[in-house]
Structures are given as structure tokens and as C-alpha cells.
Ligand binder design. Structure first.
Ligand SMILES: [Ca+2]
Length: 343
């Protein structure tokens, strides 16, 4: 599978880092469980921890990858804060369960413009599990956290993974384009549907203007994971094997999918797919990544793909049976936190 390159970023020393071969991503897997790996992917997750519980499953997956030394969670940023104002608390509860209670958390203050709702699980995670962060509207600002975290990192070293609305990314892109250009190696987003779509995918439609702005102005590479990827990946039922004190399990108990709790049979893994790709890259066993192009967001919130070899965008397709990829994702979602295994 070809390595994804963005010509916009092939400048100065950054080019050497961007050109690191994809095979190195696989080498990281052989380093699994050796502890902190200096080559770990430096990751910031931007999540709408409120509606679908795949955000909770995604954070579980990322903590498992962090436990394996494959990634370092620099920050967990919240977008699309819900009416319970408990999204940051839900994130903090999961981070705390996995032994990382001090990962910086920021929340969006320039939020979505549509499809607001009340989370079926965020308030429960806030009320039932240890955490120490305040309500979403009182929590640190997402843009301030982005500024601080990115400024502290080496050039071209940070991967961003967005699995919700584009609100924070648009603010970052609007106010700090040079910081993004300098520090961000890659942006992986869950959003849209590819190559063609006749419907409005939620992450795009929730804040259409933000998604449009990011698609037009993001100063670097974007890998798009469309709706159709995660829709084929059913996970979550095996969370029943994890302890009751696992807040991710609780989220899957409370969020309903097709008239039943998500934990009873699982539900799609839109966000886990993007996060796995963000950390491990385009593993040939699982992914095919398109050639370059442009994603455009139309006035209705639909995504449109156009091929352009010099374009900064690519989209992803699943290779092989989705069940195989789903099994790999679910295994990471239920992996016991390393700090508890030592007890
Ligand atoms: Ca999400």
C-alpha cells in the first residue's frame, strides 16, 4: 500500500519525517507491550463523546494501543458537547479507568449548529465513575489545549484523529494554520461517505460550515473514513467480558442500537476504524487507501470526491472481510488496562 504523501508538507526537515516508510508502522506492532516506545504515534483525539457510544469504544481502543506503546495520547478534545454538559467528564472517566487521569481535555465553545441532543450515557459516566473535570462549559477551551499541546511537540510529529463534528478543527485551522502546518503530520477524520454520497453523514451535517471550512482550508493531509467503513464493523458485544467498573462497558449498556442495548450484539465502529488507522497507518491486511484528491462538502452537508494526484485528501476502503477487522478492533476495545493488570 502506498504511503500517503502531502506535497503541501514536503518542506524542510518536515519532509524527512513525512517520508518515513509505512513499514515502520508495522514494526511498531512487534514492539507491542514493551512499554513506552519513542516511536509511538503522538495522537490527539477530537471526539463527540455524547451520542453514539463508538466514541467510548474508540477511547478504549486508543488506551489499549497506548498500553502497547503504539501511541501516546497527548490530549482528548471534546466536540459537540451535549445538553448534559458531561462529555468531558465521560472522557475523563474513561481516561481515569485506563490509568491516565491527567490527559488534557478541552471542550468546544464554538459548537455545532445542528443535530444537538442529550447523551444516553455521558451523564451516567460522569455520575458513576471517578473523574475530576468540571462541566463542559466550564472546562478548558479546546483551541487553548490544541495551542499548548501542539506548541510543545516537535515539528511534523502529531497525528490528529477527529471522530465527531469538525467544530474544533475549523477553529484550529482558522486561528492557527501555521501551527497546524508545522506540527501536524496527518489528520484522520471519520466523516462523509465515499466516493459518492447522496445523504448527509452526521459528523459533517452536525456542523456543516465547520466541515466545509476544514475540507477547503486544512493546511495538510486529510485521510477520510466514510460512514460506510464503520457501518460494516460491528463490535461491542464482548465488552460484557469486561468488569462492571469499566465505563466503556457502561456506555454500551446505555446507548441503544436498533432497539436494544448496544452491548447486546454490538454496533457499528465508525470511530474505532479511523483511530486504528490513525495509529497503525494503512495496514495492507485491512485497508486500501485511494490516490490523491479533494473532498468537497456541499451546501446540504454531503461529501463529494474528486480525484487529483496532487490533492491533499484520500479516502479509505476496507480490504477483505469486515469481520476480520471488526475482530481486531474489538480485541483492543476489551483489552484490560495495563495498570490494572499489574495490581
Ligand atoms: Ca463520534
Amino acid at each position: 500500500m502506498m504511503r500517503i504523501l502531502n506535497p503541501l508538507r514536503l518542506v524542510g526537515t518536515a519532509a524527512l519525517l513525512v517520508l518515513a516508510p509505512a513499514v515502520e508502522l508495522h514494526a511498531k506492532e512487534s514492539h507491542a507491550r514493551r512499554g513506552a516506545d519513542p516511536a509511538a504515534v503522538k495522537l490527539i483525539l477530537d471526539t463527540d463523546m455524547s451520542g453514539d457510544c463508538d466514541d467510548a469504544g474508540t477511547l478504549a481502543l486508543l488506551h489499549a494501543l497506548a498500553d502497547r506503546g503504539e501511541c501516546e495520547l497527548l490530549a482528548t478534545i471534546v466536540n459537540r458537547a451535549d445538553f448534559t454538559k458531561a462529555s468531558a467528564a465521560a472522557v475523563d472517566a474513561i481516561n481515569t479507568y485506563y490509568g491516565r487521569p491527567n490527559i488534557p481535555i478541552g471542550t468546544d465553545k464554538v459548537g455545532p449548529t445542528a443535530l444537538q441532543r442529550t447523551s444516553p450515557y455521558a451523564a451516567a459516566l460522569r455520575d458513576e465513575f471517578p473523574h475530576d473535570i468540571v462541566a463542559d462549559d466550564q472546562a478548558p477551551d479546546a483551541l487553548a489545549i490544541y495551542r499548548k499541546i501542539l506548541a510543545d511537540q516537535p515539528d511534523a510529529s502529531v497525528t490528529l484523529c477527529s471522530v465527531g463534528a469538525f467544530s474544533n478543527l475549523a477553529e484550529l485551522c482558522r486561528h492557527e494554520p501555521e501551527l497546524v502546518r508545522a506540527k501536524v503530520q496527518r489528520l484522520v477524520v471519520m466523516g462523509g461517505e465515499f466516493p459518492d454520497s447522496d445523504r448527509r453523514e452526521t459528523n459533517v451535517a452536525t456542523h456543516r460550515d465547520a466541515a466545509h471550512f476544514v475540507a477547503e482550508h486544512w493546511p495538510g493531509e486529510i485521510i477520510w473514513h466514510g460512514y460506510e467503513i464503520g457501518d460494516a464493523l460491528i463490535t461491542g458485544a464482548k465488552l460484557k467480558q469486561t468488569p462492571q467498573k469499566n465505563p466503556v462497558r457502561r456506555a454500551y449498556e446505555l446507548r441503544r442500537y436498533r432497539g436494544r442495548p448496544s452491548i447486546n450484539g454490538g454496533q457499528p465502529s465508525y470511530d474505532q476504524a479511523a483511530a486504528l488507522y490513525a495509529v497503525r497507518g494503512s495496514e495492507p491486511a485491512f485497508w486500501e487507501t485511494s490516490s490523491g484528491g479533494h473532498v468537497r462538502v456541499d451546501a446540504e452537508g454531503r461529501t463529494r470526491w474528486s480525484t487529483d494526484p496532487a490533492g491533499p485528501h484520500r479516502y479509505v476502503k476496507i480490504v477483505g472481510p469486515p469481520q476480520r477487522l471488526a475482530a481486531a478492533i474489538e480485541a483492543l476495545m476489551i483489552e484490560p488496562p495495563a495498570h490494572l493488570a499489574k495490581e
